[in-house]
Structures are given as structure tokens and as C-alpha cells.
Design a protein around this ligand. Structure first.
Ligand code: GTP
Ligand code: MG
Length: 325
């Protein structure tokens, strides 16, 4: 499969091409950029639903049940599961595969795991690019499962159109310590394992916390109770997701949110590109490495080292395509 065939395959919703495309992105192979450039115009139609929450809160079970709901409505659904790397949950990956297998042969669903480790350019970057592939491939719903612990995961959640946070009864004071960052990006809360004791308490604490959170778009995050294992509350969850999209459609914040995301993405790409160029230019004669040695040996402080490198970067002529920075 050459790049043209691969891109055509992705746009024609061919599972093998989609899988290849995502692998190319994961490995940051040279074709990655070509693919991403060429499919960009075809993205922006999918509803990207981020599912985050503590390890074991039932995210995968919920995702699995959501697939069933959306398939019933005849929507094509993709899942991007960002594997938890924590040693407590590392073993869940196999379980996830088995549980989600029920949909494995359905061409209207596509499920993909991405490893948290070993991504050049960061996990968030690889995940966002993989989302573009799934979006261009015409999946109407893309569910992204992340464990709400690390910065990378919060970054991924930020790229979703809607982020739901899965909580469970008995979290006790954990809700109070829930990352402020996570609170801000949560559009919807799910209290899963509602078959357990302590639902009213989590709900109360959540409401108290919500009353303190000020959202610029005036959306009031819904709280939905589910028993994922028994598919209880799933219709409510789907309709809460729909309501959010309906709200966003008319919200003046929508364009703004879109622009913020685009700006963040461009900034990230720019940063990556400038750093790469700077290191190439700055180290053409081994200057960067020499400075590293001197700073490590405490002969020089890092701030002075950078000041010593800057003139070299600034002298770089514009003609060779890089310009001044
Ligand atoms: N009692 C009860 N158990 C549930 C419910 N939903 C999920 N579980 C169980 O909770 C455990 C964890 O579920 P997962 O879906 O793997 O949770 P997860 O959040 O994806 O976990 P990680 O990916 O490891 O972070 C499993 O044993 C599920 O069977 C529920 O509604 N009630
Ligand atoms: Mg899981």
C-alpha cells in the first residue's frame, strides 16, 4: 500500500488502512505528516467523547456499553483507549480487549489501544493525530478512554468535544482533591457503580464542588448515574451527551473553543519545529553538546549557556527557509 492508497483506504473506511495509518502515526514514520496534511480537510465531523476517571471506575465497561447504544442507533463508533501505565491497572489491557471483543467483528466499530510509553513528541500529540485519522475515516462517534491522572491524559481530554469524568461511590474525600484542572474540563459526570452504597454522598459532594466552578460557557455539567455492568442508565448517558452537543451548537463559546484548541495545536507544532531547528542549527558544530558538558561540570550556568547559543540562531539567514526566531 503506497501513501495514496493508504489515504484513499482511510477515507473509504477500510479497517486495514485505518490501522496502518495509526501505526504510522505512532511510529512517527516519514509518511505521517503527508497523511495528516492530506486528510485534514476531511476531519471535524466526528463527535469526540473523552471518557476519563480513576483506575477501575468502569470506563472500559461504560465505553463498551456506549458502543452498543450507538450501534443500535446505526452510528459508526471508534474507540481510542489510552492504556493506563500504572502498575495497578496495567493488567486491565487484556481484560479490555476481551470485553470489547463483542464488537470486534462489526465493521461499524473500530477499537484501538495506544501505549502511554515511548511516544516521540508525546502521547497527546500521537493521540490527537490518531483521532484525525478516525475522524477522516467517517466514524461519527469517537470514544477516547484515558485514566485521569497524568498531564498527558488531561491534554488528550482537552482535545475531546465533550469530556465525561467517571466517579464511583465511596470515593470519599477523593472528590475534594480531584484535580482542579480536571474539574474545569468536565462537561459531564457519571456516577458509575450506582449499585453500590454511597451514591447520594458522591452526588452531594459533586454538586457542592460544581457550585464553586465557574464556566465561561454557562453550561451546567449533568450528573448521570449508571450501573455499567448491567447497562443501567445508558440511555440517560447518551441523552446527556446529546444535550451537551445541542447546547454547544448554539453556544457563542463554540467557535472560541474551537479556536483555542486550534491555537494550542499550532503552538505545540511550532514549539516542536522550532526546537528541532534550533537544535540542528545550534549544534551544527557541536556547540550545544559542548555547552551541555560545561553546564554539567558547573563551569557555566544554564541561563548563560542559552544566551551564548542565541546569537547563532538569530544570525541564521531567512533564505534557507527558517527565518529568524
Ligand atoms: N459493581 C459494579 N462493578 C462495575 C460496574 N462497572 C464496572 N464494574 C467493574 O469494575 C471493574 C473495573 O471496570 P473497568 O471497566 O475495567 O474500569 P476502567 O475504569 O476501565 O479501569 P482502568 O482502565 O484499569 O482504569 C471491573 O471488574 C468491572 O466489571 C458497575 O456499574 N457496578
Ligand atoms: Mg479501562
Amino acid at each position: 500500500m503506497n501513501v495514496d492508497q493508504l489515504i484513499d483506504g482511510i477515507l473509504e473506511q477500510d479497517t486495514r488502512a485505518i490501522a496502518r495509518g495509526i501505526s504510522i502515526i505512532e511510529n512517527r514514520s516519514p509518511q505521517a505528516e503527508t497523511i495528516l496534511r492530506r486528510i485534514y480537510a476531511r476531519t471535524g465531523r466526528a463527535r469526540i467523547v473523552g471518557v476519563t476517571g480513576a483506575p477501575g471506575s468502569g470506563k472500559s465497561t461504560l465505553v463498551d456499553r456506549l458502543i452498543a447504544q450507538y450501534r443500535q442507533a446505526d452510528l459508526r463508533v471508534a474507540v481510542l483507549a489510552i492504556d493506563p501505565s500504572s502498575p495497578f491497572t496495567g493488567g486491565a489491557i487484556l481484560g479490555d480487549r476481551i470485553r470489547m471483543q463483542a464488537h470486534g467483528v462489526d465493521p461499524g466499530t473500530y477499537i484501538r489501544s495506544m501505549a502511554t510509553r515511548g511516544h516521540l513528541g508525546g502521547l497527546a500529540r500521537a493521540a490527537v493525530d490518531a483521532l484525525s485519522i478516525l475522524d477522516a475515516a467517517g466514524f461519527q462517534i469517537i470514544l477516547v478512554e484515558t485514566v485521569g491522572v497524568g498531564q498527558d491524559e488531561v491534554e488528550v481530554a482537552k482535545t475531546a468535544d465533550i469530556t465525561m469524568v467517571v466517579l464511583v461511590p465511596g470515593m470519599g474525600d477523593d472528590i475534594q482533591t480531584m484535580k482542579a484542572g480536571l474539574m474545569e474540563i468536565s462537561d459531564l459526570f457519571v456516577i458509575n457503580k450506582a449499585d453500590r452504597d454511597g451514591v447520594p454522598r458522591v452526588e452531594r459532594e459533586l454538586q457542592a464542588l460544581l457550585s464553586l466552578t465557574d464556566r465561561s460557557d454557562d453550561w451546567t455539567p449533568a450528573i448521570v448515574k449508571t450501573i455499567a455492568l448491567e447497562s443501567v442508565g445508558l440511555e440517560d448517558l447518551v441523552s446527556a451527551i446529546d444535550q451537551f452537543f445541542a447546547f454547544m451548537k448554539t453556544s457563542p463559546r463554540r467557535t472560541e473553543r474551537q479556536r483555542e484548541r486550534t491555537a494550542a495545536r499550532l503552538r505545540e507544532l511550532l514549539q516542536e519545529r522550532l526546537l528541532k531547528t534550533a537544535l540542528q542549527v545550534g549544534n551544527a558544530e557541536g556547540e550545544f553538546d559542548a555547552l551541555v558538558k560545561r553546564v554539567s561540570a558547573k563551569e557555566l550556568d544554564p541561563y548563560t549557556a542559552i544566551e551564548m547559543l542565541m546569537p547563532k540562531l538569530e544570525r541564521r539567514p531567512i533564505e534557507d527557509g527558517v527565518g529568524k526566531f
